[in-house]
Design a protein around this ligand. Structure first.
Ligand SMILES: Nc1ncnc2c1ncn2[C@@H]1O[C@H](COP(=O)(O)OP(=O)(O)OP(=O)(O)O)[C@@H](O)[C@H]1O
Ligand SMILES: [Mg+2]
Length: 346
């Protein structure tokens, strides 16, 4: 076993996950057969336009779906257990203890009526029993320092509303890492912050990843952030994975037209390559009536008749790359049923 194979070991395996919502317009399938691994100590970026199913995937992992949301299929394997089947009591111990989450809006995780120090204390007491009061306090101060909150002693009794947005997000990160989780899921943690603060939070997350033995799932629609922070990337669209690969591969050699479209619409990435800035025309599918075939086919310049009719499998494309695009099966008939005609089924 070399260092690389240790890094490659998955800590979480999502297999064919399906999540649906019951709505007045009927059932909406927001996650449609998603499979991926989160590896030991990696930062995995999950990108895609609004509505592609990123948050629902994350919420499914921790079973934090709203009351009208249901996991309808698949497995989420973590430490020998399937989280989709775990009893609520055990799941509660996994949340926070083993898998922690940071949301876009820090107030989602903070109690407005309690000073920051007390909230982190509570988290430590709940998940790391048996520590003395003075040890807990020392640990809170250590965490506040770790997330670069200046003058932690003075800030201990500060209420969330007295903090700036950036400081609040640092405090929620301190809470999330208080139990030294194996996995940190960060869902757009910097989107609500201004650009300089965003940059500081990203640097903080990068430092934490290196200092703590965590795997990070980083959800964002910002490809610039992915380039900076992530080792691997999953591109989602219409509740499915369109493409997966190392950050370098995804950015330098996108295989899926959707990934290429996303990259072309990022200002500095496009201009770096001397490309004309463009955004993908059209809009994401209405998930109450998604296209029968590839969800991207109505917007795709390369689409053949086949694409609108049949969902492509996630083709293995060499190394750690996978792409769900019929371009990878040029032998597939452009009109008929590719599965019957012996198209590759990865
Ligand atoms: N509470 C809900 N009730 C019904 N449908 C929902 C609900 N939450 C999400 N959905 C459906 O799931 C789809 C995916 O939503 P999700 O929040 O995962 O998108 P996202 O990729 O996180 O987008 P964003 O970048 O805007 O955060 C939505 O387009 C919507 O159709
Ligand atoms: Mg989201």
């Amino acid at each position: 076993m070399n260092a690389q194979s240790e890094i490659s070991h998955p800590i979480l395996s999502v297999r064919n996950l399906r999540t649906a919502f019951e709505t007045n317009d009927g059932s909406v399938e927001a996650v449609r057969g998603v499979s991926f691994d989160l590896r030991h100590k990696e930062v995995l970026g999950i990108v895609g336009e609004s509505g592609s199913g990123k948050t629902v995937t994350a919420m499914s992992i921790l079973r934090l779906l709203p009351p009208n949301g249901f996991i309808t299929g698949g497995e989420i394997l973590f430490d020998g257990s399937d989280l989709t089947k775990m009893k609520t009591g055990s799941l509660r111990r996994v949340r926070g203890d083993r898998i922690a989450m940071v949301f876009q809006d820090p107030m989602t995780s903070l109690n407005p009526l309690m000073p920051i120090g007390g909230q982190i204390e509570e988290m430590i007491r709940e998940h790391r029993r048996g520590m003395s009061a003075s040890d807990v306090k020392a640990e809170v101060l250590r965490l506040l320092k770790l997330v670069s909150i200046p003058e932690p002693e003075a800030r201990y009794n500060t209420y969330p509303h007295e903090f700036s947005g950036g400081m609040r997000q640092r405090a929620t990160i301190a809470m999330a890492i208080a139990c030294e989780p194996d996995i940190l899921i960060a869902d757009e943690p910097t989107t609500a912050l201004d650009v300089t603060i965003q940059e500081q939070i990203l640097i903080l997350l990068e430092n934490l990843r290196d200092r703590l033995a965590m795997s990070v799932m980083f959800i964002t629609h910002d490809l610039g952030v992915v380039a900076e922070l992530c080792t691997r990337v999953i591109v989602m669209y219409g509740g499915m994975i369109m493409e997966e690969g190392s950050t370098a591969d995804i950015f330098e050699r996108p295989m899926h037209p959707y990934t290429a479209g996303l990259l072309a619409s990022v200002p500095n990435l496009a201009s770096d390559k001397g490309q004309k800035l463009s955004s993908i025309s059209g809009s994401p599918p209405d998930m109450t009536h998604p296209p029968a075939g590839c969800p991207y086919s109505p917007r795709c310049e390369n689409a053949r008749n086949l694409c609108g009719a049949y969902v492509p499998p996630l083709f293995e494309a060499g190394g750690e790359r996978r792409s769900s695009c019929w371009l990878l099966a040029p032998e597939a008939p452009s009109g008929g049923n590719p599965f019957k005609a012996g198209g590759r089924n990865g």
